[in-house]
Design a binder for this molecule. Structure first.
Ligand code: PRT
Ligand code: MG
Length: 208
């Protein structure tokens, strides 16, 4: 049995066509079902549906053989215990700093609200900027509006969320796509099945 960890939102939507090309179609629709383990049209493959940020943890510990996770989540998780053999090119966005429209550049210490604490810390440190990072779990856009922070670090796709809250994107930290990650032991123990799936994904992506 091969277990693949996927999160329910946009990554799942974008991953579905890739999985289908490999003959993997979930029997239940995770939007309608409360099941967390989804059987598929391949009896040797099941999906586990988890939070996006939990995907590297499940794969690292071998609770899933492989998973699909955003580079944002992988950077923040920061594990050397995963193979990351393939950029799936799906669920693309940008990790950026953002600030209120027309707010002046801040000299000296800045306050930054984000759920990407480690990545933001590294980014500001690399630039020699003193930053106090405030960890939030959501609604980052609110922080500059209520005086909690000068900047946020968050994912930007269309930019509509920033705009709706009077914020503007400032600096690009990194372009984000989703990656296939594989448990190291599974890569040895289930090499044939995993390699076959990898080849299939690569072929599908090459034909896009
Ligand atoms: O469990 P949780 O709710 O935190 O995760 P989720 O349900 O959002 O997970 P899922 O499966 O949707 O995947 C989240 C992953 O999708 C992220 O880790 C990214 O790799 C990727 N992704 C791509 C995005 C976006 N684009 C994106 N735009 N994740 C979030 N957003 C949010 C962003 O945080 C902001 O609030 O969308 C808003 C910005 O969008 P625009 O279009 O208004 O700019
Ligand atoms: Mg979400």
């Amino acid at each position: 049995m091969l277990t693949i960890a996927v999160s329910k939102g946009r990554i799942y939507e974008d991953a579905l066509p890739l999985l289908e090309e490999a003959g993997i179609t979930p029997i239940d629709d995770p939007k309608k079902s409360r099941k967390l383990i989804l059987k598929t049209t391949r009896d040797d493959v099941e999906l586990v549906i988890i939070r996006a940020t939990d995907v590297p943890t499940f794969v690292e510990y071998g609770a899933a053989d492989m998973g699909i996770a955003g580079k944002d989540v992988l950077l923040e998780h920061g594990s050397d215990n995963l193979y990351e053999p393939l950029d799936l090119g799906i669920a693309g966005c940008r990790l950026m700093t953002a600030a209120p429209v027309d707010a002046p550049e801040i000299s000296g210490r800045v306050r930054v609200a984000t759920k990407y604490v480690k990545t933001a810390q590294r980014y500001f440190a690399d630039r020699g900027i003193q930053a106090d990072i405030i960890k939030l779990y959501g609604s980052m856009e609110l922080a500059p509006l209520v005086g909690l922070a000068d900047y946020i670090v968050d994912l930007v796709d269309t930019g509509n969320t920033l705009k709706a809250n009077g914020l503007e994107p400032r600096d690009l930290i990194i372009n984000i796509t989703s990656r296939l990650v594989i448990n190291k032991a599974a890569m040895k123990m289930k090499h044939q099945a995993i390699q076959a799936l990898l080849d299939q994904f690569e072929t599908t992506l090459a034909n896009r």
